[in-house]
Design a protein around this ligand. Structure first.
Ligand code: GDP
Ligand code: MG
Length: 439
């Protein structure tokens, strides 16, 4: 999350209803975040409009703060535009399934062809054939051959003197003879879209009758990618998109633009130069990446599911009023147990996973049972008013619960820390929270 956006969300904390002004402020930040992520302007505009509509009149649920809820609307909407769930490759009812890669020069077509061939081989035990139809640069054919031998997939080529259409025809003939189940056609690109390229690709499409025409785009090209996708889709009616170079630090706004402009699914993501650096495209992850918020939403959802909403609010109120006591502490321990391992939860908070010692945080059910026993050995008065826990009382509790004096002291110390930490959260003071967690 950008700092600015964090500021806006801080303002929303504690509100029960979103005013027009709140929504205007949040949508303005979202707009900026998307533009920073290099999403095309028309796409940003229509997106912001949708979010505004959904957020208006939105009743703030009790357990979560409104900022989180607006964020969730944004994330849901983004995920939806990005395609909802993952999207599979289509297969032809009779072999071979022909897949054609198209895109600008340097987008990663040849690399992707190799990655896909490798994936089909290892996952489906398939026998693909690759066709080298980029005849404008001798090095391009050589590149595909090198990749082919690397993944042990045959490459059909006819050098640079034969027309790409002819090469594709002959390559398909060969595939039929050899009963290859997939044919991957690596085509030429240009630095910019031109008519000659498009004509050639249309002709190849005509003879190859591909099941998939996959547009390969470089995630780092941002705004350009949107225009490229529009033109390729208009001319070739592509069936899917591959976004490459997502291993870079780009936020990947191009993916959003392309998806919104073409309406075609994004099928894979290239995440490196190695042959295995290929991932199925997951819209939810991309959404978080575009907004730059780590796995914050997963965390919110987890909390939302597992916490008893009303009770959380009461606890929060108690912490604010500083009346949080040992009865509440026990309840809080139980809630944390229900949520799953604490270390996993903490790791989902951006920045937390890199904190030293965080991987050591574990919630041990035995440990919780022990703490519970100590609290139960306290008198009701002691539970409600921990300040009266004198050394002699602590000794009595230790004996009563079968623990040592030191363990009782530890529990009380932890209780006090927990109380302080929760107050930090309630006051929205993340720095003091982190400071306390780091000891
Ligand atoms: P083509 O002209 O579309 O065939 O593009 P290439 O497949 O030749 O790729 C161009 C350059 O981008 C090469 O140096 C590739 O190694 C690199 N490349 C392709 N995909 C990725 C990716 O997902 N991540 C990174 N970091 N580099 C990639
Ligand atoms: Mg190439």
């Amino acid at each position: 999350l950008t700092e600015r956006m964090q500021g806006v969300f801080k303002n929303l904390r504690g509100k029960r209803k979103l005013t027009e002004e709140d929504i205007a402020q949040v949508t303005k930040e979202i707009r900026l975040a998307l533009l920073e992520a290099d999403v095309a302007l028309p796409v940003v505009k229509s997106f912001v409009r949708k979010v505004r509509e959904r957020a208006t009149g939105f009743e703030v649920s009790e357990a979560l703060d409104p900022a989180q809820q607006v964020l969730k609307i944004v994330d849901d909407e983004l995920t939806e535009i990005l395609g909802g769930g993952e999207s599979q490759l289509q297969k032809s009812p009779k072999i071979p399934t022909v897949i054609m890669m198209v895109g600008l020069q340097g987008a990663g077509k040849t690399t992707f062809a190799g990655k896909l061939a490798n994936r089909l081989k290892t996952e489906e035990n398939a026998r693909p054939l690759m066709i080298a139809a980029d005849v404008y640069r001798p090095a391009a054919i050589e590149q595909l051959k090198v990749i082919g031998s690397q993944v042990d997939v045959p490459v059909f080529d006819k050098g640079t003197d034969v027309s790409p259409v002819e090469i594709v025809k002959e390559g398909l003939e060969l595939a039929k003879q050899n009963k290859n189940d997939y044919v991957l056609i690596d085509t030429a690109g240009r630095l910019e879209i031109d008519d000659k390229l498009m004509n050639e690709l249309e002709q190849i499409k005509e003879v190859a009758n591909p099941t998939e025409i996959l547009l390969v785009v470089d995630a780092m090209t941002g705004q350009v990618a949107a225009q490229v996708a529009k033109t390729f889709n208009e001319r070739l009616d592509i069936t899917g998109v591959i976004v490459t170079k997502l291993d870079g630090d780009t936020r990947g706004g191009a993916a959003l633009s392309i998806r919104e402009i073409t309406g075609k699914p994004i099928k894979f993501a290239g995440v490196g130069e190695k042959i295995t650096d290929l991932e199925v495209f997951y819209p939810e992850r991309m959404s978080s990446r575009i907004l730059g918020m780590g796995d914050m939403l997963t965390l919110i959802e987890k909390a939302q599911k597992d916490f008893d909403e009303e009770r959380s609010i009461e606890l929060a109120q108690k912490m604010k009023e500083n009346t949080f006591d040992f009865n509440d502490f026990i309840e809080q321990l139980d809630q944390v147990t229900n949520m799953g391992p604490l270390d996993e939860i903490l790791k989902m908070i951006p920045g937390m996973s890199s904190m030293p010692g965080i991987s050591d945080v574990k919630v041990d059910p035995k440990e919780i049972a022990r703490k519970r026993a100590m609290v139960l050995s306290m008198t009701p008065e002691e539970r409600e008013n921990p300040d009266i826990l004198s050394p002699s009382r602590r000794r009595r509790i230790a004996a009563g619960s079968g623990n040592t004096f030191i363990e009782v002291n530890k529990l009380i110390k932890q209780f006090n820390q927990s109380k302080k930490m929760m107050q930090g959260i309630m006051n929205g003071d993340m720095n003091s929270l982190l400071g306390q967690m780091g000891g």
